[in-house]
Write a protein that binds this ligand. Structure first.
Ligand SMILES: Cc1cc2ncn([C@H]3O[C@H](COP(=O)(O)O)[C@@H](O)[C@H]3O)c2cc1C
Ligand SMILES: O=C(O)c1cccnc1
Length: 352
């Protein structure tokens, strides 16, 4: 691969705000009261600014679903057993998971990446095999990853996003599959936003009150033990993160460097975004948040990033399900931008 995380960050440029104004000027000529398509207008204008395409084609979209296991599942922090991670990977490859259905609905592809599942899949034609190791270590007792392992996970995401951009993919969505991954996501959120652990820790797959209390205690003990340095986002990712989250961090950085907009899924994607923005604040400009998840702490991520989600559907699944819906809205916004008639073309009178 030969690239460092630093080099990946350095390639990201801030978009030109003049493009936003140009796009808004076109939107204001379309046959509707000014601003009446609200956030669809904002999304279209931001897409134009991010990509630099003043007449954008409707992009081909792909959701990358990063799958990995988490050592912290030993502590009883999920309502489901660890074996579900590889089982769901096979479900993704057969097209039977929630993300497959919503991806078909949205007209986007799904690419499944094994970045750290604790299972030997052998060779499966449609699985992107990038296993760093068979799951992270238990963050309650030791760092989840070494710094080198965390970097490796990020660089895998960078490489996949870079390749997708080279293929002409114009919209990238984030997806995750990893039993236990709301625990590292909450840990990252607590560190990066500075909020108390109990404020940003939710029920994930649906743990009960006792399980939730255990989850909060596990995260608090891990933070007390490892003291991750929030000014060094890679340190946070390594000590209390996950391989799936690392892949998403790289996906965001690689997409931003290629000027490909990234549609974030739920809470796990939000945690990855906190790390990516911690590494390179400029990548924030390439993010579109699809929805606000039920998971406690997601709102704190949006507050911290200054990002506003498009949808609020009480989703709490992950996989990239919300991202698919968000990508469909991005395409709707771009069709408005490119297909609607202007006042001049349609002979409609403008505002008095
Ligand atoms: C059948 C099934 C399918 C899923 N697809 C995504 N997740 C989601 O739930 C997990 C995170 O929640 P927790 O931290 O509580 O384990 C992740 O795998 C996430 O992708 C699923 C979970 C299950 C059980
Ligand atoms: O917000 C999410 O993406 C989420 C929430 C709970 C469980 N899995 C994923």
């Amino acid at each position: 691969m030969g690239m460092s995380v630093q080099a990946a960050c350095d390639r990201i440029q801030s978009p030109d705000p003049k493009l936003l104004a140009k796009a808004q000027a076109r939107l204001d000529c379309l046959t509707k009261p000014q601003g009446s398509l609200g956030r669809l207008e904002e999304v279209a204008a931001r897409y134009v600014m991010m990509t630099g395409e003043l007449k954008p084609a409707i992009p081909r979209g792909v959701v990358f679903t990063f799958a990995a296991d988490h050592g912290v599942t030993k502590e009883g922090v999920s309502a489901y057993p660890r074996e579900v991670t590889p089982q769901m990977v096979l479900n993704f490859l057969r097209g039977g998971a929630g993300v497959n259905v919503l991806a078909r609905h949205a007209g986007v592809g799904v690419r499944v990446v094994d970045i750290g599942v604790d299972h030997d899949f052998g060779t499966l034609p449609d699985l992107i095999s990038k296993k760093v190791m068979r799951g992270t270590r238990n963050l309650l007792v030791e760092p989840a990853m070494t710094r080198a392992e965390a970097e490796q996970s990020v660089l895998i995401g960078v490489e996949l996003a870079t390749q997708a951009a080279q293929e002409g993919i114009g919209l990238i969505g984030t997806g995750d599959m990893g039993i236990g991954n709301t625990t590292p996501s909450a840990a990252i959120t607590a560190v990066m936003t500075g909020r108390p652990v109990s404020d940003v820790t939710g029920r994930g797959t649906g743990i009960d009150d006792a399980g939730h209390a255990r989850k909060v205690a596990v995260i608090q003990q891990a933070l007390d033990l490892h003291r991750p340095d929030r000014s060094d986002a890679l340190d946070v990712l390594a000590k209390v993160g996950g391989l799936d989250i690392g892949g998403l961090v790289g996906l965001i950085l690689g997409a931003a460097a290629a000027r490909v907009p990234v549609v974030l899924d739920g809470f796990i994607a939000g945690a990855a975004a906190l790390i990516a923005v911690g590494l390179q604040p400029r990548c924030r400009e390439y993010l579109i948040a699809s929805h606000r998840s039920v998971e406690r702490g997601h709102a704190a991520i949006f507050d911290h990033l200054g990002v506003r989600p498009l949808l609020d559907l009480d989703l709490r699944l992950g996989e990239g399900t919300g991202a698919c819906l968000g990508m469909s809205l991005v395409c709707a916004a771009l069709k408005i931008y490119t297909e609607m008639a202007t006042f001049g073309e349609a002979g409609v009178s403008e505002k008095a």
